[in-house]
Design a protein around this ligand. Structure first.
Ligand SMILES: [Zn+2]
Length: 315
């Protein structure tokens, strides 16, 4: 039997390595040739198995939350029909409902996986606006990335939902293993944003870099001027909303990068036209001083702002 055949009927491989019967195998509709490649099997030789799926595996960072809570935060009241749903709230505040399949189901069952920072590798489907989880990463107290699944200490088998062990029926536990993101994710990380890039790519790159919205840095405000009536203000708000509808990249918040750098990304007609660096004062708060005129941000293990033209100090 070739390796690819073994993996295709994965349970045989696992059964050969542990005493117990294998956990039920995930099924998939997305992978090449109908062969499902579970990343947790990558420690076994899988060289002959196509790893890349035609549906691209992507990384999403954020926090998994109960759908109703997330809606409530956005001022949407809903009834108990939505009780069971969970979604990942990305670092950009977008909500992606998680598909309760062999892997995503854990987020529905186990509150220990919710309301904490996670990175999920999986399929982000544009046609359904859902996220199908393949790998779960959490972070320990020092921020170290941990591949996260369930484990039976007695039988030494991994599982993907919380339930009595498939084999011995004992309790299983969440297992954390320090592990980097898979190569097919990191290889795809774009390491540079530059003037002229489409804002969708800019934001996707920031998300891959782990940028978070920086609330102190920038947010849209409408400041009434003397003599303005409420009607004038309402009209200004309406105008702003319309402009934002036409260009969703208008008035983005600032973004804080994992190294502490805080930037604004400026756009016109959905293209990046410049980057501003915030100079942080005491306690890491923006103190209104900025350096403008940056034209690129490169990541090569460290974040480096670049500019094609001379700096212009701005305060
Ligand atoms: Zn067991």
């Amino acid at each position: 039997m070739s390796i690819s055949q073994s993996i295709a009927v994965g349970s045989l491989v696992i059964a050969g390595l542990v005493i117990c019967a294998a956990p039920p195998q995930p099924d998939s509709t997305d992978d090449v040739d109908g062969v499902f490649v579970d990343e947790s099997l990558y420690r076994f030789p899988t060289r002959n198995v196509p790893r890349e799926s035609s549906a691209k595996k992507t990384l999403v960072r954020g926090t998994v939350v109960l759908w109703r809570d997330a809606l409530k935060k956005r001022g949407i009241t809903s009834f108990e029909e939505f009780d069971k749903l969970v979604a990942i709230e990305t670092t950009y505040g977008q909500l992606l409902p998680i598909v309760p399949d062999w892997r995503g189901r854990a987020f529905f069952q186990d509150e220990k996986l919710r309301d904490r920072e996670v990175e999920l590798v999986g399929y982000r489907r544009s046609d359904t606006s859902t996220f199908q989880v393949l790998m779960i990463f959490t972070f320990d107290k020092d921020g170290k990335r941990q591949y996260t699944d369930y484990w039976c200490d007695i039988c030494s088998i991994p599982m993907y939902e919380i339930k009595p062990c498939d084999c011995c029926q004992a309790d299983i536990r969440l297992r954390y293993q320090p592990q980097d993101l898979p190569d097919y994710i990191t290889a795809r990380m774009r390491t540079r944003i530059a003037v002229g890039d489409h804002m969708e790519r800019v934001l996707a790159t920031l998300e891959l870099w782990g940028a978070k919205e920086w609330v102190f840095a920038r947010y849209p405000v409408i400041v009434p001027t003397p003599g303005q009536t409420q009607a004038d203000i309402d009209a200004a708000v309406e105008e702003f909303k319309k402009a934002r509808e036409a260009d969703p990249f208008l008035e983005l918040p600032g973004y804080g990068l994992p190294n502490g750098l805080v930037i604004d990304v400026h756009s016109r007609e959905r293209k990046l036209i410049g980057i501003t660096k915030h100079i942080l004062g005491e306690h890491g708060k923006a103190d209104d001083r900025k350096e403008t005129g940056y034209t690129s941000l490169t990541y090569n293990g460290e974040f480096i702002l670049g500019r094609d033209k001379p700096a212009r100090a701005d305060d």
